[in-house]
Design a protein around this ligand. Structure first.
Ligand code: NAP
Length: 326
C-alpha cells in the first residue's frame, strides 16, 4: 500500500513510500482508509527533532476514517464505517496517512448513521475538540452572550464557530488573517476581531468583562488575556498551544469573577465520551455547510507541502487527504 512516512533515522525524510499492508494485531481492527485529515499535531510530528513524535520512523496521520476490513469484535463487522483516532496513532505508531491502518479497538469509533467517512474527516480530531469545547461550555450553562473563538481560521477554530452558530450561540471569531474575515462571517461568526483585540486594558489586573464564554486553541498570552476578560461566572475551554504552552496569569479572574478554565482533550477520551461527541456532531452538522469548511482535498504526495503551510498559518479550515489519489 502507499503511505506517507516520516523517517528520521538518518536526517529527516517525509515522503510517500510503498509498504506492506499492516498486519492486524491482537484485539485490533484493520480499516481501509477512505479519508484522512490534516491536523496541527501532524505538522508537529513531521518536524525534525519533534518532541511530539515518539518513533524515529512511522506513518503519519493522527486520524482517519473508512471501513472495517478485519476485526474480531462482533460489534464491528466488516463494512462498518468508522473513525480511527486518539491514543498514540500517528505519534508512536503508524497512523492514518495510508491506504490501511490497524489500531486497537479503543481507538475505533463507529460513526452514527448519516455521518459518512468524508463528513467525519471534514471534522476530524479538530472537530471533536471543537465539539468537546462547545459541550463543556453548554454543560456549564452560561452561554447567554458573545462567545469568543480564537485561532478562528484554523481547524478547531473554524469548526467551533460553525458549531456555535448552528447551535444558536453568538460566536465572535478572533483571527490573525484579515483576509479570512468574510469567510468566517459566512461560517456563522456574528463579529470578527483581530488577534490583538483579545488583549484589553493591559495596565489593569483585569480587562473589561465581555465574553460569556470562550473557545481557545491558541494558548499562551491569548489564553491569559481571555481569562482577564471573561464575564462573571463564564468559562474558557482550552484545547491548544499554537502560540505557546506557557500560561502566565493571576488568580484574580478566578477569585473575583468566578471564572473557570476548562481543559479539553479528545485524544485520550474514553469510548463513551467519543460516542457522545460523534452523536452531537452528527446532529449538528446537518445544519452546517460542511463542504465550505474544507479548504482543499489532497493526495499523499501533497502532504509535505501542506504541513509546511499549516506551520506557516497559511491554511484556512480543513484539508482532507484521499490516500487513493495520485
Ligand atoms: N486537546 C485536544 O484534544 C486537541 C485536539 C485537536 C487539536 N488540538 C490543538 O489545537 C490547536 C489547533 O489545532 P488545529 O488543527 O486547529 O490547527 P490549525 O488548523 O493550524 O489552526 C490554528 C490556528 O491558530 C492561529 N495561529 C497560528 N499560529 C498562531 C500564533 N503564533 N499566535 C496566535 N494564533 C496563531 C491561526 O488562526 P488565525 O490566523 O485565524 O488566527 C491558525 O489557523 C493545536 O495546538 C492542536 O494541537 C488539541
Amino acid at each position: 500500500m502507499r503511505a506517507f512516512q516520516i523517517d528520521e533515522t538518518d536526517g529527516l525524510r517525509c515522503e510517500v513510500v510503498e509498504v506492506p499492508t499492516p498486519h492486524r494485531g491482537d484485539g485490533e481492527v484493520l480499516v481501509a482508509v477512505q479519508w484522512s485529515g490534516v491536523n496541527y499535531k501532524d505538522a508537529m510530528v513531521a518536524e525534525a527533532g519533534s518532541r511530539v513524535r515518539r518513533a524515529s520512523r512511522l506513518i503519519g496521520g493522527v486520524d482517519a476514517a473508512g471501513v472495517v476490513v478485519a476485526s474480531d469484535d462482533p460489534d464491528l463487522p466488516d463494512g462498518t464505517t468508522v473513525a480511527v483516532h486518539g491514543g498514540v496513532l500517528g505519534v508512536a505508531r503508524d497512523g492514518g496517512f495510508a491506504q490501511y491502518v490497524s489500531a486497537p479497538r479503543a481507538w475505533i469509533s463507529p460513526l452514527p448513521a448519516g455521518l459518512s467517512s468524508h463528513d467525519a474527516m471534514a471534522m476530524g480530531t479538530a472537530g471533536l475538540a471543537a465539539m468537546a469545547s462547545v459541550l463543556a461550555l453548554e454543560d456549564r450553562g452560561t452561554l447567554d452572550g458573545e462567545i469568543l473563538v480564537t485561532g478562528a481560521s484554523g481547524g478547531v477554530g473554524s469548526i467551533a464557530v460553525s458549531l456555535l452558530a448552528a447551535r444558536g450561540h453568538q460566536a465572535v471569531a478572533s483571527t490573525g488573517s484579515a483576509s479570512a474575515a468574510e469567510w468566517l462571517r459566512t461560517r456563522g461568526a456574528s463579529r470578527v476581531i483581530g488577534r490583538d483585540d483579545v488583549a484589553d486594558r493591559p495596565d489593569r489586573v483585569l480587562g473589561t468583562p465581555q465574553w460569556a464564554g470562550a473557545i481557545d486553541c491558541v494558548g499562551g498570552t491569548t489564553l491569559a488575556n481571555i481569562l482577564r476578560s471573561l464575564r462573571y461566572g463564564a468559562a474558557v475551554a482550552a484545547s491548544g498551544l499554537v502560540a505557546g504552552a506557557e500560561l502566565a496569569t493571576t488568580v484574580y479572574p478566578f477569585i473575583t469573577r468566578n471564572v473557570a478554565l476548562l481543559g479539553i482533550d479528545v485524544v485520550e477520551a474514553p469510548p463513551e465520551v467519543r460516542g457522545r461527541l460523534w452523536r452531537e456532531l452528527a446532529t449538528t452538522v446537518a445544519r452546517i455547510d460542511l463542504a465550505a469548511l474544507v479548504e482543499r482535498t489532497i493526495g499523499l504526495a501533497d502532504l509535505a507541502g501542506t504541513l509546511d503551510d499549516l506551520r506557516a498559518g497559511a491554511v484556512r479550515g480543513r484539508v482532507l487527504v484521499d490516500p487513493a489519489a495520485h
